[in-house]
Design a protein. Structure first.
Length: 202
């Protein structure tokens, strides 16, 4: 056997092995989770870091906002659709407060700490589901930070434009979260011959 031919067969075998690994639903979700986490880090570093607070003179503790996120995540609303249950939390209130009164760094900290506390205290989740939810929260929070600071005013006090920017950011964030959960569902439950993809909670 020639060396080039042996190398080609080894490469083909390695490629087949990678394809088989990626075809495993759980690994696809792990890869997607890692992509979300990396995307959150990159977007935050490039577009959100060091933006500062919009509201001047009002100091809101980050842990108070984190507690708001934790309570919102623990009091979820379940919607049943196509024999699947989807959970939605009412985290818009702490999100708007955090966007307006916290720095991007402390806002992201509040989202992650509060959401992690709710997920750990709540019903037991698998490590994969826990990691995906946290990565999803972080990515959506970064997207909301970018949108908010892009449209918020630079005035010394909060104005209507700031509140509208915060509300718009939360609406976009909620939409992004649902779509990301849908992609994760498709990765975990791919449609095959004679089967249609079904949506499920993350």
């Amino acid at each position: 056997m020639s060396v080039p031919r042996a190398w080609e067969r080894s490469l083909a075998g390695a490629t087949l092995g990678v394809r088989r690994l990626v075809s495993v639903p759980a690994l696809r979700v792990w890869f997607f989770t890692a992509s979300l986490a990396i995307g959150a880090i990159v977007v935050y570093a490039l577009l959100a870091r060091g933006a500062g607070t919009v509201s001047k003179g009002i100091d809101v503790p980050w842990w108070l906002v984190a507690a708001g996120f934790a309570l919102a995540e623990m009091k979820v609303i379940e919607v049943h659709f196509l024999r699947e249950a989807h959970s939605f939390s009412l985290n818009e209130v702490p999100a708007v407060i955090g966007l307006c009164f916290l720095t991007p760094e402390t806002y992201l900290l509040a989202v992650i700490v509060g959401s992690a506390a709710a997920l750990v205290v709540g019903p037991r989740q698998s490590p994969l589901k826990l990691a995906f939810n946290l990565a999803n929260f972080a990515f959506v929070a970064v997207v909301m930070l970018v949108i908010f600071h892009r449209f918020a005013s630079a005035g010394p006090t909060l104005g209507p434009a700031d509140w509208l920017a915060a509300v718009a950011a939360t609406l976009v964030g909620a939409t992004r979260a649902v779509r990301i959960a849908g992609v994760a569902t498709a990765a975990a439950h791919p449609a095959g011959p004679g089967r249609t993809g079904q949506a499920s909670g993350a």
